[in-house]
Ligand binder design. Sequence first.
Ligand code: 9UX
Length: 68
Amino acid sequence: STSTTNFTVTGMTCGHCVSSVTEEISEISGVENVDVDLATGSVTVTSSTPLEDDAVRVAVEEAGYALA
Ligand code: 9UX
């Protein structure tokens, strides 16, 4: 069944930031959709299996940002 996860990413200030975060998170196994709200930093991910906290953190840091 589909799992939905929401978290906040700090440091994004433009559309390219959004693209980088979206691309990195999209590479996590099982991820089906990534929605990033630039104004609030809110990220909503739908996935076929529950997301690992570590995988999310690593992906966000790989993109150059941090979890709130
Ligand atoms: Mo835009 Mo985001 O020039 O770190 S890529 S500010």
